[in-house]
Design a protein around this ligand. Structure first.
Ligand SMILES: NC(=O)c1ccc[n+]([C@@H]2O[C@H](COP(=O)([O-])OP(=O)(O)OC[C@H]3O[C@@H](n4cnc5c(N)ncnc54)[C@H](O)[C@@H]3O)[C@@H](O)[C@H]2O)c1
Length: 337
């Protein structure tokens, strides 16, 4: 089968391209390279294009049919929560138009009728329960980024019946870690790269808020290894082959919560660096707990996370140290002790 991956040059997309190659699938990538790196997808054809641009739906339809594509995995999107609050219209333009064009391309294509969509725990906003099932109500995303993901799900769902599109959304929790080191996450927006980036700059890693109503006062999240997440996409493609499908939205999490302080402690253990973290003010909009129930994906797709938090932190550290631009001088920190 040939799979078209939008945003395949990005952090998660490239891990999925790698997993698809390992599963023996042919992969075609569409990416505007605004964040992605083409070196991450060796062995796949790359079409450089902005999927949110006018006419991109027609162009995608041509590519889908020319490449004999059967399934699409749609990652290409803007993903920074804070930026989405500052530039809401741009987020709507980018992420909603991107989905609109992907769906337009698929409805015009002869064969590409299976769609896996990168959704997010951000669709839940501040859920009323600690461990969130997919059918929790209300679903009230608290920023434009989360809104575009929830609306993207609605758009795809609306195309199932009239256009015969088989769709499922994977709602990722906190994605972290690395598979092959060259696929590392360089974006210092997520906790682990942010901690490593501060160490690289000789600064103490920061915890934002230690007065939350959680066991150690720091925010609790559900960390999922990016390689486990990649496997969930392979499982989702098989799920879409089934005629009987009970659900079209699935959490990808572990059901286990880890606090920011526990991640910091794990980083000390894994790196052996004797740093002392600093505590800063809370950031606006961080819910105290966000943990996803994986029951549905466990039962329906047979997918289970294989990696734990230590694996996640260790793989992120190893990938960080393998990159000459990021490499942290371990001796500097040991002497500073
Ligand atoms: N990283 C996370 O923790 C996380 C959590 C939940 C959901 N997601 C979602 O997963 C997807 C991938 O995330 P990531 O962390 O790999 O991000 P990323 O920024 O590393 O990758 C996104 C890729 O899409 C490309 N892209 C963006 N807009 C495009 C456009 N208009 N046209 C063509 N290409 C475009 C970028 O160049 C990049 O290669 C996103 O949809 C994101 O919202 C990520």
């Amino acid at each position: 089968m040939t799979v078209l991956v939008t945003g395949g040059c990005g952090y998660i997309g490239a891990h999925v391209v790698h997993a698809l190659h390992q599963a023996g699938e042919k992969v075609v990538v569409v990416d505007d390279l605004s964040y992605g790196k083409p070196t991450r997808i060796e062995g796949s054809r790359l079409y450089g294009m902005d999927i949110s641009a006018p006419g991109a739906g027609e162009r995608l339809a041509e590519i889908l049919d020319a490449e004999d594509v059967e399934a699409v995995i749609h990652f290409a999107a803007r993903k920074q929560v804070g930026e989405s609050v500052e530039k809401p219209l741009w987020y709507y333009q980018q992420n909603i138009n991107g989905m609109l064009n992907v769906l337009t391309g698929m409805t015009k294509s002869k064969k590409a009728k299976k769609l896996v969509f990168s959704s997010s725990a951000a669709t839940y906003g501040v859920p009323p329960v600690d461990v969130v099932p997919e059918d929790v109500v209300p679903m009230l995303p608290i920023n434009p980024y989360g809104q575009t993901k929830l609306f993207g799900e609605w758009m795809a769902r609306a195309c199932e019946e009239p256009f015969g599109i088989r769709f499922c959304a994977l709602r990722y929790f906190n994605v972290a870690g690395c598979g092959p080191v060259e696929l590392e996450d360089p974006a210092t927006l997520n906790l682990i790269p942010m901690l490593l980036d501060r160490l690289k700059k000789g600064k103490a890693p920061a915890i934002f808020g230690d007065d939350y109503p959680t066991p150690d006062g720091t925010c609790v999240r559900d960390y999922i290894h990016v390689s486990d997440l990649a496997d969930a996409h392979i499982a989702a493609l098989s799920y879409l082959d089934r005629d009987e499908r009970k659900y079209d939205a699935f959490n990808v999490g572990t059901g286990e919560g880890t606090s920011v302080r526990q991640i910091v402690d794990e980083l000390k253990k894994v790196t052996g660096l004797p740093f002392k973290e600093t505590v800063m003010a809370r950031r606006a909009g961080d819910p105290p707990h966000l943990i996803g129930s994986p029951k549905r994906i466990n039962e329906e797709m047979g997918w289970h996370a294989k990696y734990n938090v230590e694996d996640i932190v260790r793989s992120a550290w190893e990938a960080w140290q393998a990159n000459p631009e990021h490499h942290i001088d371990v001796e500097h920190w040991k002497q500073a002790d």
